[in-house]
Ligand binder design. Structure first.
Ligand SMILES: Cc1ncc(COP(=O)(O)O)c(C=O)c1O
Length: 342
């Protein structure tokens, strides 16, 4: 039976939004990978959110559509955000600011586990400068939120109106971008005539997972989502995803109820720490690249794809399932992690 998206689309239309995507991102069937006997007859599909067309692409653009809408509605004239040196969210905020003609300030923190030249200067960091952002590099251990507050105060003093983008773009308003994606993929699923049994996503700041879950809930879809935690522990990520999902659902429809039993977080792939490469991530990345010509990043997508392959091989997923892997982009960090692949 076709899904009812109208309720979701009406709810989303109440929020300011600036279009940053050129229509729907494609859903593609991975026929060569799905044919591998070890995949137990499962049909693997990918939704290509790495193909969003601005600033090198990636999932953060969907959140930025709503965050930029919010910023412009407040009369903002400068965008500020913070993250790690290789933050995809920072890179895309800088690209969006460039397209909008707004100054952008990025507050970037180093990593204690990767200190090599590529990590410090290549990948997202290189692109941030190309987009013309002002970059503040903080020392290890410094508090970026406190620094952002100082910058806000200084800019206001000069009569400017800064808007601080939340970490990872994952405020409830930002997460609406992925509720919109839920509507989009349900429309695509109906058009393709394929009912997805499970959607697989990387879970960092939990916004992608939470926005999707809230959107599917409002559209009446029972499709399961598995989020592979790459940042927090399983318990932390479960708690964040639960809180964010209900906050997003509250924005969409205050009377709707979240079924918390649907929140499925798998912490098996994070490895030693956030951003630490794992053997499973490297093997999964190589398999997807060599068999389908597709790229995942080492921090998010590579780990989530490794988790998906492990679940199929361990028979945690039923034979013949239709599985949709959300490709979230982040490809510039492949270059920052050059040493991990050699
Ligand atoms: C490439 C990429 N994939 C996935 C994620 C995870 O998204 P979220 O923070 O919404 O959980 C991020 C977040 O930084 C990302 O940059």
């Amino acid at each position: 039976m076709p899904h009812d998206y109208s309720c979701l689309e009406t709810a989303l239309a109440r929020y300011a939004r600036v279009a940053l995507l050129d229509g729907f991102t494609p859903i593609q069937h991975l026929s060569r990978l799905s044919a591998l006997p070890e995949l137990n007859g499962c049909n693997l599909y990918v939704k290509r959110d790495d193909l969003t067309g601005l600033g090198g692409g990636g999932n953060k653009l969907r959140k930025l559509e709503f965050l930029l809408g919010e910023a412009l509605a407040e009369g903002a004239d400068t965008l500020i955000t913070w993250g790690g040196l290789q933050s995809n969210h920072a890179r895309l905020t800088a690209a969006v600011a460039a397209r909008q003609g707004l100054p952008c300030e990025l507050i970037l923190t180093p990593s204690s586990i990767r200190t090599d030249e590529d990590f410090r200067h290549n990948g997202n960091f290189l692109l941030d400068a190309l987009f013309g952002a002002t970059i503040h590099q903080l020392p290890l251990g410094a508090a970026p939120d406190a620094f952002a507050a100082e910058r806000v105060a200084a800019l206001r003093e000069q009569g400017r109106k800064p808007f601080v983008m939340p970490l990872g773009g994952s405020s409830p308003r930002g997460c609406l971008g992925y509720s919109a994606c839920a509507g989009e993929l349900l429309r695509q699923s109906d058009a393709l005539g394929v009912q997805f049994d499970r959607i697989i996503v990387p879970n960092g700041s939990s916004g992608t997972h939470s926005g999707l879950l809230a959107g599917l809930t409002l559209a009446g879809s029972s499709t399961q989502i598995t989020g592979y935690s790459v940042l927090g522990t399983t318990e932390q990520t479960l708690a964040t995803t639960r809180d964010k999902s209900s906050q997003v659902l509250q924005l969409l429809a205050p009377s709707a109820v979240l079924d918390e039993a649907r929140i499925n977080v798998d912490g098996s792939q994070r490895g030693e720490a956030y951003g630490a490469p794992t053997d499973a991530m490297l093997a999964a990345t190589r398999l997807l690249a060599s068999r389908e010509g597709l790229l995942t990043d080492p921090v998010y997508g590579g780990k989530a794809f490794a988790g998906l392959l492990a679940s199929i091989r361990q028979r945690d997923i039923a034979a013949g399932s239709n599985l949709l892997f959300l490709m979230t982009g982040g490809i510039p960090s492949v270059f920052a992690y050059r040493g991990a692949y050699s």
